[in-house]
Design a protein around this ligand. Structure first.
Ligand code: BTN
Length: 253
């Protein structure tokens, strides 16, 4: 069953049953000179990685755990833009193929009704401030059932299967994602971040509302106003002060 309409992304797929993390294998391929677009997919990860050093729960057979190798021709400090691009591509693919109202929580968590269904982790390799490559890790809870979620995740995470009431065809979703990504990636190389930013804003669930975030190690509350050209979140604090948030977690209030 081949329905891949992309030119480069996902043209080579490495499929494994079990691995510590698809990120690790994708980094190995990258170091061996693999071309842009190589994709690693695993049925199960024993040491899945999440953002901010967290662990990513990746049980067998039900989810989508994959890593995509990118070699963009952009400066290293542009990588946050690609993080947002990945979220837009995935959000569009999910809306199109699963027909559920997924939205993006800054920077790149996908939520349905406030519960997480996907996370994205970009890892870069650089030399002398020059970007060599990016491994974009994507985790989607696709077909997880309620019992697959550990107790502590039940209130904060859900799956596409649970939310749509139907099993998700993983191949269809993956190829739709690759296609969306490739289109946006071309647009990005031609026109820069501006059009991606507009698309991101339209799909965002964390803009124009009260949020809690971290500033210099302290929690602060404010109003999420916009994202800027670097992908940073611009927040107006209760005091009226405007701050920029470049990383970390944002809580919706
Ligand atoms: C997050 O929300 O914290 C990001 C989670 C990213 C998980 C994916 S699953 C495939 C790839 N391999 C990993 O070890 N992590 C990413």
């Amino acid at each position: 069953k081949s329905m891949l309409a992309t030119k480069t992304l996902g043209r080579t797929i490495h499929y494994v049953d079990e691995i510590d993390s698809t990120q690790t294998l994708a980094h190995q391929f990258a170091e061996q000179g693999a071309e842009e677009g190589h994709l690693v997919i695993a049925e199960r990860q024993t040491a899945g990685r999440g953002r901010m050093g967290r662990r990513w729960h990746s049980p067998k057979g039900k989810g989508i755990w994959m890593s995509l190798l990118l070699r963009p021709r952009v400066p290293l400090h542009f990588t946050p833009q690609l993080t947002l691009l990945a979220a837009v591509a995935l959000c569009r693919a999910i809306r199109q193929t699963v027909k559920v109202e997924a939205g993006i929580k800054w920077p790149n968590d996908l939520l349905i009704d406030g519960k997480k269904i996907s996370g994205i982790l970009l890892e870069t390799s650089a030399e002398d401030e020059r970007l060599r490559y990016i491994v974009a890790g994507i985790g989607i809870t696709a077909n997880l059932e309620p019992e697959h979620f550990p107790e502590e995740l039940r209130d904060v995470a859900t799956s596409l299967r649970i939310e749509s009431g139907q099993p998700v065809d993983r191949e269809v979703l993956i190829s739709s994602f690759l296609q969306q990504f490739e289109e946006l990636y071309e647009l990005y190389h031609e026109q820069g971040f501006a059009p991606i930013r507009l698309l991101w804003e339209a799909l965002s669930v964390s803009l124009h509302r009260r949020i809690r975030c971290q500033k210099g190690g302290e929690y602060v509350e404010g109003y999420a106003e916009s994202i800027d050209d670097s992908g940073a979140l611009s927040v107006v604090l209760h005091s009226g002060e405007r701050i920029k948030v470049y990383s970390g977690e944002v809580e919706l209030r």
